[in-house]
Design a protein around this ligand. Structure first.
Ligand code: FES
Length: 321
């Protein structure tokens, strides 16, 4: 992976009773790379795991802030950060990568659930600082689980923030329809949270007349488990630069086949959620299985493929590598 940065854990802060905010500063004391709300970083944990976390808080280069939920079904990253990570510890991270950036200054409706608040909290702060209008609806199971409650409860000049608690009778199922009005002129929705929540947002928004292109989302986990089964068809992957081609069997991803043949592939999440491996497609019909690209991007004239998880509907696929 390119652009690995050495950072030091500068502080750990409890955010609600299930989240831990982690402040990171550059180990060499220099400013960190600039970033915009919606960006995420890869965190290389000493336990050998690499995890993606959205940057949150104010968009500053002095330090980065991430906030990690304590997951009962943790695959190891959340558990390590909550139980083992300590101030002063050094870590490696990637430079910020942003596939969820605010598109323009038009009004935004921000819809967060659970730890999905992290990128949207950064968006709220930027909108408040620049005077651009916003509305944030933040859904949590219980109020004591919400992150950044104190910050979100202060009075805002350019928008409003409402926290909805399932334990108080305001679950997404009960209130989502009332929080998504018909779209205003140029208005956009940005949503982040569990896959089911974001699917519900898209369903309600579509019923209200929101165009698909004005709804932007970021997933923390693949919408459906990504598996390669023996029923998959073998197809051929071709590199446009050299003309080299290899079969991609049912039990291997394109990325694995390329790596087996000495081709460097920029992998990160390996689940189709981070966008690190997106590569332009020059010929063929992609069987898209990532959740990082929108439906519009997956049907555009010029397409990208997530090499870690997507496959091909056509017998041959030519990629711009
Ligand atoms: S490595 Fe993250 S989308 Fe492929």
């Amino acid at each position: 992976m390119n652009d690995v940065l050495n950072v030091v854990v500068d502080g750990l802060f409890r955010q609600g009773d299930k989240n831990l905010a982690v402040r990171l500063v550059a180990a060499n004391g220099e400013p960190l790379p600039d970033w915009q709300p919606g960006a995420h970083i890869d965190v290389h944990l000493p336990c050998g795991l690499i995890r993606q976390y959205s940057l949150t808080g104010e968009s500053t280069t002095e330090s980065y802030l991430i906030c990690v939920a304590q997951e009962s079904a943790s695959r190891g990253g959340s558990r390590y950060i909550h139980q083992t990570l300590r101030p002063g510890q050094t870590l490696m991270i990637s430079a910020p990568r942003n596939l969820f950036a605010l598109r323009d200054d038009s009004p935004v409706l921000l819809l967060a659930a659970g730890i999905g608040i992290t990128p949207l909290y950064a968006m709220l702060l930027q909108r408040e600082a620049t005077g651009a209008p916003f509305t944030l609806h933040y859904f949590v199971k219980r109020r004591k689980e919400a992150a950044f409650v104190r910050e979100l409860s202060r009075s805002l000049t350019h928008g409003v923030c409402l926290i909805h608690c399932s334990s108080e009778g305001k679950s997404p199922r009960q209130t989502l329809a009332a929080t998504i009005p018909a779209p205003g002129d140029g208005e956009r929705i940005y949503t982040c949270g569990p896959a089911g929540f974001m699917a519900a947002v898209r369903e309600v928004a579509a019923a209200r007349g929101w165009p698909e292109a004005q709804i932007h989302s970021e997933a923390f986990a693949p919408a459906t488990p990504i598996v390669t089964s023996q029923q998959e068809e073998t197809f051929t992957i071709t590199l446009a630069s050299s003309g080299e081609k290899w079969p991609v069997p049912a039990n291997k991803s394109i990325a694995q086949v390329l790596q087996d043949n000495g081709v460097a592939v920029p992998l990160s999440c390996e689940m189709g959620i981070c966008g690190a491996c997106l590569t332009p497609v020059l010929d063929g019909v992609v069987d898209h299985r990532d959740t990082v690209q929108s439906a519009a991007e997956k049907t555009a004239a010029t397409q990208h493929i997530a090499l870690c998880c997507s496959r091909s509907h056509s017998r041959d696929l030519v990629i711009d590598l």
